[in-house]
Design a binder for this molecule. Structure first.
Ligand SMILES: [Zn+2]
Length: 175
């Protein structure tokens, strides 16, 4: 596995001019905003970033950011692991104004200074890729109302759908 720590700051234009690839890891707990949304931040983010210039000489950052993070299951409130993957498709621009001229197939990234702080960028990409609702695919708490209505259902109050089914089955079998 990768065990290189990502640099905190990069000079994205210089890296793009040199066609540099950076891959490495960073601890989720170094991303305060994302950590707050998780059960804990003791997991790693893996990033693979390619800085380059396209055929129009536009400086770009392509790549992906991945992490498997523990979030609270919306049904049972226990941790559930969610795989996050964000694809980067960025074109670097000095200003909002200049960003308007970029081809629409890029997401503009405004970098006014020489340096770019890498972590907040990766953090925002991961936050955007977080699902709105997460739950165990085999959660012990099931619902007959669909997703999202079961946050305050207690496990002890859970009706057993099979008892109804069994009763029906029993009556037809008896004849
Ligand atoms: Zn659950």
């Amino acid at each position: 596995m990768l065990n290189v720590k990502l640099p905190k700051f990069v000079d994205p234009r210089k890296l793009a001019d040199r066609e540099v690839n950076i891959s490495g890891t960073v601890a989720v707990k170094d991303m305060a905003e994302l950590s707050q949304m998780l059960v804990h931040g003791d997991v790693e983010v893996i990033a693979d970033l390619q800085f380059s210039r396209d055929e129009l000489r536009i400086r770009t950052i392509m790549g992906d950011v991945k992490a498997t993070v523990p979030v609270e299951c919306q049904r049972c409130l226990e941790p559930v692991d969610v795989e996050l993957e964000a694809k980067l498709n960025l074109a670097i621009s000095y200003s909002e104004e200049k960003a308007q001229t970029l081809p629409k197939y890029y997401d503009p990234l405004i970098v006014e200074e020489d340096e770019l702080e890498l972590l907040p960028l990766l953090e925002q990409e991961l936050i955007l890729s977080l699902p709105i609702v997460s739950y165990h695919s085999d959660c012990s708490i099931q619902t007959s109302f669909g997703d999202g209505n079961t946050v305050d259902v207690k496990e002890t109050e859970k009706p057993n759908p099979f008892s109804v089914l069994a009763a029906l089955k029993g009556s037809t079998d008896k004849k």
